[in-house]
Design a protein around this ligand. Structure first.
Ligand code: ATP
Ligand code: MG
Length: 341
């Protein structure tokens, strides 16, 4: 199928649009609002929604221009319907509905997490099932068995904080500005990951357990910084960052391998913003190679929020025919099971 899809993503603080044909990304435009939110130390929902409103049309135009296609040539329009910040989602959904209505196109209302899983379907990674997928992002951490891209099956998930949330909160404790992930990784690169023995969540559970927990490691970092005091933290920042990063990414890689062993699949994939982390990428690569598994690691721009992954999810989500989608709405929460196709 070589459908030409225009996709729009506005679930958090990236205004994104992409044009994708089959598995080929023709354009992938991302306007990040991170600088706007940095002064507040995190995403402010109202600020995000208002900014999406001012940028979304220009981002869509840019995606069409870069792909060299007009709206009339597009076969379907896709948009992130859930989960995310409701005001932010509404801007993308209203834009996509208006464009689809005016251009008489069918609309696909895609799931953001499905997008993180489906990112590795796109070229050049182009992974086919079966495989086990790790999604580690700002709001979610989960393992899915993907035997069919349309219906990922949940194998395990975090019982408290998401990995990205723990990374952002830890970064904040170390004085790294929002968004914390890239800054924490850069600082960790100068430190010793064995310097502090931070606890790994659910370590005492059996080998079949595929859930995660990151609340304990976050508290452990807080106590370590209190004990060290301001001067001590200033001296040991890189070691703290490296040890903290290790305590988060190692269980992600370990449980992904464990899940792949249990499922007997020939491949693993990673996705979501935390999958942009170099240490996680290296651990997953090593673990997969040791087992002779194929490893699908999408480009970093396809791990953090983008619209190309929404086009990928749309490929496996039924379209709503013109003009039946006009009554459809955005939803803040994920459905039971976590991913809607
Ligand atoms: N290089 C990196 N190392 C570690 N974490 C990173 C890196 N780059 C980004 N992140 C983290 O990824 C998260 C953002 O991922 P993403 O954009 O997918 O999340 P989200 O869309 O806000 O949440 P969700 O996808 O769960 O709705 C943040 O927590 C950020 O700190
Ligand atoms: Mg995301």
């Amino acid at each position: 199928m070589t459908d030409l899809v225009l996709a729009i993503e506005t679930s958090c603080d990236e205004t994104a649009a992409a044009v994708v044909q089959g598995r080929a990304i023709l354009s992938n435009v991302i306007a990040s609002q991170a600088d706007l939110h940095a002064v507040y130390g995190g995403v402010v929902p109202e600020v995000a929604a208002r900014h999406h409103l001012t940028t979304v049309n220009a981002v869509v135009d840019e995606a069409l221009d870069r792909a060299g296609v007009g709206l009339a040539q597009v076969d379907r329009i896709a948009v992130t319907r859930r989960p995310g910040l409701i005001g932010a989602l509404l801007v993308g959904v209203a834009t996509a509905k208006a464009l689809a209505y005016a251009a008489r196109k069918d609309l696909v209302m895609a799931d953001h997490l499905h997008g993180h899983v489906a990112a590795c379907w796109l070229d050049p990674v182009a992974l086919d099932p079966p495989f086990v997928s790790l999604t580690a992002s700002g709001g979610h951490t989960r393992l899915d068995l993907v035997e069919d891209y349309a219906h990922p099956v949940l194998l395990g998930q975090t019982l408290d904080d998401a990995a990205g949330e723990a990374i952002d909160k830890g970064a904040r404790l170390l004085g790294i500005p929002y968004p914390g992930g890239p800054g924490l990784e850069a600082l960790a690169g100068q430190g010793d990951a064995t310097a502090f023995d931070f606890p790994v969540g659910l370590r005492s559970r059996g080998p079949d357990d595929l859930d995660f927990s990151f609340a304990g490691v976050k508290t452990a970092l807080l106590y370590a910084t209190r004990e060290l005091g301001d001067d001590g933290v200033a001296d040991r920042r890189a070691d703290l960052a490296a040890s903290y990063q290790e305590a988060i990414v190692r269980p992600l890689a370990d449980r992904l391998m464990r899940a792949a062993d249990a499922a007997g699949v020939p491949a693993v994939s990673i996705g979501g913003g935390v999958a942009a982390n170099g240490r996680l990428r290296a651990l997953v690569q090593e673990g997969a190679e040791r087992r002779g598994l194929r490893v699908a690691i999408p480009d970093r721009t396809l791990c953090t929020d983008n619209a190309a992954m929404i086009a990928a999810a749309a490929h496996f989500t039924p379209a709503i025919a013109w003009p039946e989608f006009v009554g459809e709405d955005a939803m803040a929460t994920a459905p039971p099971g976590g991913i809607a196709a």
